[in-house]
Design a protein around this ligand. Structure first.
Ligand code: MN
Length: 159
């Protein structure tokens, strides 16, 4: 039940967010999306499709295209793939209350031979094909606090 936490946090009678019914997606083109989320604190939700879900991180300052700047990306619960097209207002009192708008979207390609393994080991390298975000990026999990990862652009996608 990969979306258990996602579903536990939400009341789908009250929030317009997708309930997480699985949709079939083409494996060859994995999607990514960045959603600008004006919740109690503005942040950017960075999501990569992998397996049947969107792996998700909340990036308080948003991704930086400057490869010298590493941005904190707090790992959050997996979201359904259908969430990638969600925009709207989550009502007050509900989890994540506030507005959600798509800030960037596109597809991504793994640089790691085994992206699931790379994700589980906390070191993921990938190429983004978005409108705002392109090129090679990395997500690295911090050892001292496994919820915290760093998201940053790299110049050379050598694993
Ligand atoms: Mn969010």
């Amino acid at each position: 039940m990969p979306l258990k936490i996602y579903k536990q946090k939400r009341n789908f009678k009250k929030t317009p967010e997708p309930s997480g019914k699985q949709l079939k997606t083409k494996k060859s083109k994995r999607i990514f999306v960045v959603q600008k989320h004006r919740a109690s604190h503005l942040h950017y939700d960075f999501r990569l499709e992998l397996g049947k879900v969107l792996l998700s991180w909340a990036v308080p300052k948003g991704p930086s295209k400057n490869s010298k700047i590493k941005r904190l990306a707090v790992h959050v619960e997996d979201h359904p793939v259908s969430y990638a097209s969600f925009e709207g207002t989550i009502p007050e009192g509900e989890y994540g209350a506030g507005t959600v708008e798509i800030w960037d979207q596109g597809t991504w390609e793994n640089v790691d031979k085994y992206p699931k393994k790379a994700y589980k080991s906390g070191n993921l390298t990938f190429i983004l094909y978005g409108k705002k975000l392109t090129g090679a990026w990395k997500l690295i999990q911090l050892k001292n606090n496994p919820k915290n990862w760093l998201l940053f652009k790299i110049k050379n996608p050598q694993v």
